[in-house]
Write a new protein. Structure first.
Ligand code: PGA
Length: 245
């Protein structure tokens, strides 16, 4: 079954109010690709301004806390991100799993918090280079999927992003066959966990998606979109990826 594709940009800790002008061309491209969902996830501080500038574009956060509120200095809840204008939240990105020692259990709680307030959760998973080298990529990723997906909430608003850690920001990507094998394994894990509902959960590929490789990656079976880092910062590159979808 072909699912509606989602092309999501992750600006990471880049961007500024001035950089939001890039969104104007992205919004025009999104409007002329009605069959594709398009989202941009800027830093928290830019969410409100991004949503105000391009209300028709999907805006997302790059993380949130699992609690509704509380004494968690420096953190932002899902409801706070939503109030600022976000409709999506990326959770469990490998940079957060590494930098902030996030566990799959915490990622699952964050995803549940996102779904609970009616937003879309993009749950990231991916193997390290060592795991791939040892032949453990599939087991590492399917284990992460099992432990990171929400146990409660509306699955229609759950998205998985497969991002091999060694492919992020490196210009390297797995082969088409490796992507197909991994996405099929994730699909199987989702249908084991959720039955028929698992067939309609979108599985994005992320890691060095560029205008030059987007069409090939986006047409692999069970690849239902892309999570794009570096190439989402420049409107012309990101638009070319939307067009490839
Ligand atoms: P990249 O990042 O496209 O720059 O490799 C992807 C990501 O980390 O989401």
């Amino acid at each position: 079954m072909a699912l509606r594709k989602l092309i999501a940009g992750n600006w990471k800790m880049f961007g500024s109010l001035a950089a939001l002008s890039e969104l104007d061309a992205v919004a025009r491209a999104a409007a002329s690709a009605p069959g594709v969902d398009v989202a941009i996830c800027p830093p928290f501080t830019l969410i409100a301004a991004a949503a105000a500038r391009q209300p028709a574009l999907g805006i997302g956060a790059q993380d949130c806390h699992w609690a509704e509120n509380g004494a968690h200095t420096g953190c932002v809840s899902a409801a706070m991100a939503k109030e600022a204008g976000a409709a999506y939240v990326i959770v469990g990105h490998s940079e957060r799993r590494a930098d902030s020692h996030e566990t799959s259990d915490q990622v699952r709680q964050k995803a549940e918090a996102v779904l609970a307030v009616g937003m879309t959760a993009i749950v990231c998973v991916g193997e390290s280079e060592a795991e791939r080298g040892r032949g453990d990529a599939i087991s590492a990723v399917t284990e992460q999927v099992g432990a990171s997906v929400p146990r409660t909430g509306d699955l229609d608003r759950l998205v998985i992003a497969y991002e091999p850690i060694w492919a992020i920001g490196t210009g390297r990507t797995p082969s088409v066959a490796e992507v197909a094998e991994m996405h099929a394994a994730i699909r199987q894990k989702l249908t084991l966990a959720f039955g028929g509902d698992g067939t309609s959960i979108r599985i994005l590929y992320g890691g060095s998606v560029k205008p030059g490789n987007a069409a090939e990656l986006l047409h692999v079976e069970n690849v239902d979109g892309a999570l794009v880092g570096g190439a989402s910062l420049k409107a012309s590159d990101f638009i070319a990826i939307i067009a490839a979808a």
